[in-house]
Design a protein around this ligand. Sequence first.
Ligand code: AMP
Ligand code: ZN
Length: 136
Amino acid sequence: MKDAQCIFCRIANGEIPSRTVYENEHFRVILDNSPATDGHALVLPKEHYATLPELPAELAGEAMQVAAKVAAMYQEKLSPDGLNLIQNNGETAGQTVHHFHIHLIPRYKGDRQLIGWKPGAPSAEHLDGVLARILG
Ligand code: AMP
Ligand code: ZN
C-alpha cells in the first residue's frame, strides 16, 4: 500500500525527484537532504510501512541486503573510515518521517558527528528483571 500523503512514498515511487543512489523493485535509496556526512542515505521501501514492527519479515531482510549493497558501493566510491546504520521508530526514538527508513551514514575521521547514547549502569537485579519481562 502507498500513502498519497506520505512524502517518502512519493519519493520512493519516483513521483518526487530525489538523488537516487540505488533502486530495485522494492526499494529506493536516496541521499538525505540534510545529511550528517557526505553520502548520508536513506533506504526506503516503495510500499508504506511506518515502523519496523509493521514491516513484513521478507522486506526487513531485503532492506538489510540493500543497505549492504550500498555500503559496499560506498566503500569503493567514498572510502569512508566507518559506517553507521540507524533506524528510528516512533517520535520518542527520533523518527520524524513516519515511513520506515534506514539511515546509512558513512563516517570520516574528524567528521565531528555525534551518534550514540549515554551508557547506563543498572544493577544485575535490574538487568535480570528486564530479561524476565522480555522472556516472560
Ligand atoms: P528520521 O528522523 O529518522 O525520521 O529521519 C528522517 C530523515 O529524512 C532526516 O534525516 C531528513 O533530513 C530526511 N528527509 C526529510 N525529507 C527529505 C526529503 N524530501 N529528501 C531527502 N531527505 C529527507
Ligand atoms: Zn509512505
